[in-house]
Write a protein that binds this ligand. Structure first.
Ligand code: S3P
Length: 436
């Protein structure tokens, strides 16, 4: 499936942004092992979270879809998951695979975790290593999926310093640590999203987190709660940039998560001159949210602070588009982690931007983008949802039609993306088949 985008600009209005992917995965997993009924509102029914949902149903958890974004999870308690009949198919989702590796290491039964071609190439040693140190036994294909997780192991707490700043790895260790004997300590080299810690606390778990160091006493249990999922800032980011680079546009997005461990994109775009206003900042359950108002702005190049990288880890593809639409040069340093996301996002973005006529310098961990005008071309999204959406936004500024190949995975994080853009005046259509 492909997108065809004709030059067009985002119109003023209000956009409904779908639920947060990270929080939706966690609501499903933690709600399933809690005692009692967890009601989830604002759930993201995208492909990734559906894979997690199906995996939990395959392990005997009753999850009722009350409506498209509301779930009722009948938690089975810490030891109530049952062995699935076959492998758990996790599609494109690195979050599902890594968090399940932690959770399932502590169960009494064996499981196999598989994924699509993209997920099958992603590094899993980053979870296998600490989980093995806790006593887990996980087989893999030289550190990549499928993962064969053995059950019936007694886990023990560890004291672990993460070699890379990764919320997925941190969360996998925390999930295993809930079942472990003794305490688990984690030290983070940089701040990463803390949704797991927030949700665990709301479910009655004792856990201390301060200055990048977490202490989790083991053998704890969770009590059911209500989880209200905010709109996903990572999805809102595409619309934020579309509004900033359009003429005379004012866009409002309501109820968007602005957790300080996730808000690097707002800081970076503001430093580039973007007018982004957070209105009615408040708490939605455990998570800070705000209504985000964005106005067209003259963006200019900056040197992006490497300390902001983990706080904006999923937003670099669309930040590259903002940089290409800005005056001057924007330098991104210390972003090598982007090479092991759903695709090598540095390579995919650099090639796409060059095809659009941009001057881009690329090093293993750094990219410099000189702002300029976009010319028509065909872009290969590599089946990566965030690459496809980023170039759809860039295409609105091109001098003629841009085709973007292989866009079906947009549904993993932003179902309704195309309809949302169309409703705001973007000329985007979808075509079946492949473009050579
Ligand atoms: C996520 C953490 C990030 C992010 C991913 C979702 C999560 O990955 O890129 O899309 O839900 O924990 P890392 O923690 O591996 O950086």
């Amino acid at each position: 499936m492909n997108f065809l985008v004709l030059p067009s600009a985002l119109a003023s209005g209000t956009a409904a942004v779908p639920g947060d992917k990270s929080i939706s995965h966690r609501a499903l997993m933690l709600g399933s092992i809690a005692a009692g009924q967890t009601d989830v509102t604002g759930f993201l029914a995208g492909e990734d979270c559906r894979a997690t949902l199906q995996a939990l149903r395959d392990m005997g958890v009753e999850i009722e879809a009350v409506d498209a974004t509301t779930l009722r999870i009948s938690g089975v308690g810490m030891h109530g998951l049952q062995q699935p009949e076959g492998a758990l198919e996790l599609g494109n989702s690195g979050t599902a695979m890594r968090l399940f590796a932690g959770l399932l290491s502590a169960q009494s039964f064996d499981t196999t975790l598989t994924g699509d071609d993209s997920l099958s190439g992603r590094p899993m040693n980053r979870v296998i290593k600490p989980l093995s140190a806790m006593g887990a036994i996980i087989g893999s294909d030289e550190g990549t999926p499928p993962l064969m997780v053995q059950g019936g192991k007694t886990l023990v707490g560890i004291n672990y310093r993460l070699p890379v700043a990764s919320a997925q790895v941190k969360s996998a260790i925390l999930l295993a640590g809930l079942y472990a004997k003794g305490e688990t300590f984690i030290t983070e080299p940089g701040i990463t999203r803390d949704h797991t810690e927030r949700m665990l606390r709301s479910m009655g778990v004792r856990l201390d987190a301060e200055d990048g160091r977490i202490r989790l006493p083991g053998e704890q249990s969770l009590r059911a709660t209500r989880v209200q999922v905010p709109a996903d800032l990572s999805s809102a980011a595409f619309l934020m940039v579309a509004a900033l680079i359009a003429p005379d546009c004012e866009l409002l997005m309501q109820n968007v998560g602005v957790n300080p461990t996730r808000n690097g994109v707002i800081a970076i775009l503001r430093q580039m001159g973007g007018e982004i206003i957070l209105e009615d900042a408040r708490m939605l359950g455990e998570e800070p949210v705000a209504d985000i108002r964005v106005r067209s702005s003259e963006l200019h190049g900056i040197d992006v602070d490497p300390a902001l990288v983990p706080l904006a880890i999923d937003e670099f593809p669309i930040l590259f588009i903002a940089a290409a639409a800005a005056s001057g040069t924007t330098r991104f340093t210390g972003i090598g982690e982007l090479r092991v996301k759903e695709s090598d996002r540095i390579d995919a973005m650099v090639r796409g931007l060059r095809a659009l006529g941009m001057t881009v310098e690329e090093r293993p961990d750094d990219v410099a983008i000189q702002g300029g005008d976009f010319s028509a071309t065909t872009i290969d999204s590599r089946g990566d949802h965030r690459i496809a959406m980023s170039f759809a936004i860039a295409a609105t500024r091109a001098d003629a039609a841009v085709q973007i190949k292989d866009v079906a995975t947009v549904d993993t994080s932003f179902p309704g993306f195309r309809a949302c853009l169309q409703s705001l005046g973007i000329n985007i259509t979808q075509r079946e088949g492949s473009i050579s």
